[in-house]
Write a protein that binds this ligand. Structure first.
Ligand SMILES: Nc1ncnc2c1ncn2[C@@H]1O[C@H](COP(=O)(O)OP(=O)(O)OP(=O)(O)O)[C@@H](O)[C@H]1O
Length: 332
């Protein structure tokens, strides 16, 4: 059963045409010319209850525009969206009761009041029953260390504390879906890890559906099994992260340490590899697994050197996505 169903969704922005030069600026005061920008171009997808989906793409790809339409802030130019059996822009308030939103770059907390007061206001606004409110505060207090900062006004919080407070505020009313737009941007590794654990826990305990937009590929690797990739408004990939890895993650690396000094990098190019960086008795070899495999490389080296240690690395998600963007763009 899908909780989000999107069909042929398109968003076209109408923007004022800007021409250079003083004369043109004066003219534009009297006669405005407009041009259209297709930000989201005929995309369709289905999301099931309890899924955690990574929604990724380069800058300006159309991610935020899609999320704004799902939330109900923007009206689509074409196509349909059903979220929780509602059309978001027609039932904004009803929809808002069932969703939570966290924007890494903006806060939805009140700047001048302490975090605990903000939570009280949210309780009042969303009409959260006492029992549910108490249960949630206890749950979040432990997992997000709320006591450390709940008495402090929001403007005095560090970014990591503010993000933790933002997450709790967005989840106080037990939303069915949470939209996360760059939720770990600018955070240190410890807070990032805490927030990822929190997302996993909420998803496990409450079956909350999560749509996550991020440029941090470790967020994707650690949280999502399915990814949707958008580029220039078009859906380029929707499927398993694992499949994406095997389609685009053909580049791999082996690092090797030998007993003696490696004399020259030139000889490594007899192998069908991409490149080799050599330093004393260490070599870092980059290869394409569709051309040669790790065993072939190791056995070739073993005939020439005594190997002390070696490690075989999978391509990381960042590299996979880079390969994918490059390939898709070269096709256009
Ligand atoms: N209000 C607007 N008016 C006109 N064009 C807009 C508006 N908002 C976004 N755009 C354009 O629509 C396209 C998609 O923008 P959007 O913000 O959805 O991308 P994004 O994938 O979220 O990018 P980023 O990763 O940089 O946040 C971009 O070309 C952007 O310039």
């Amino acid at each position: 059963m899908s909780i989000i169903k999107v069909e042929n969704l398109t968003k076209i922005y109408k923007c004022q045409k800007r021409k250079e030069g003083f004369g043109n600026t004066i003219k534009s005061l009297f006669k405005r010319e407009y041009e259209e920008k297709i930000a989201v171009d005929n995309i369709s997808f289905d999301i099931g209850k309890g899924e955690i989906i990574g929604f990724i793409g380069p800058n300006g790809a159309g991610k935020s525009t899609t999320i704004k339409m799902l939330v109900g802030i923007l009206v689509p130019s074409k196509g349909s969206i059903i979220v929780n059996d509602l059309i978001p822009y027609k039932s904004r308030i009803e929809n808002a009761k069932k969703i939570g939103v966290v924007f890494g770059q903006k806060t939805q907390l009140w700047w001048d009041i302490p975090v605990s007061e903000t939570f009280n206001l949210m309780k009042y606004m969303y009409k959260i029953p006492d029992e549910q409110y108490k249960e949630n505060i206890t749950f979040y207090r432990d997992i997000m260390d709320l006591d450390e900062f709940s008495h402090i006004p929001v403007r005095q919080l560090s970014l990591g504390q503010r993000m933790r407070a933002d997450f709790c505020a967005a989840l106080l009313h037990n939303p069915e879906i949470i939209y996360l737009d760059e939720p770990t941007i600018g955070l240190d590794v410890v807070v990032k890890e805490k927030i990822r654990e929190f997302i996993k826990e909420i998803n496990k305990v409450r079956k909350t559906t999560v749509l996550l937009t991020t440029h941090d590929m470790s967020d994707i690797e650690k949280l999502c099994s399915r990814v949707m990739v958008i580029d220039r408004g078009k859906m380029m990939y929707d499927g398993e992260l694992q499949q994406l890895k095997s389609n685009y993650g053909t580049q791999q690396m082996i690092s090797i340490e030998t007993e003696g000094i490696i004399l020259s990098s030139q000889e490594f190019y007899k192998l069908n590899i991409i490149n080799a960086e050599i330093k004393n008795n260490k070599a870092l070899i980059r290869y394409d697994k569709t051309c040669i495999n790790a065993t072939q490389i190791i056995s070739w080296i073993m005939k020439r050197y005594k190997i002390k240690d070696f490690t075989d690395y999978e391509a990381d998600v960042e590299e996979i996505i880079r390969n994918m963007y490059n390939e898709l763009r070269s096709l256009k």
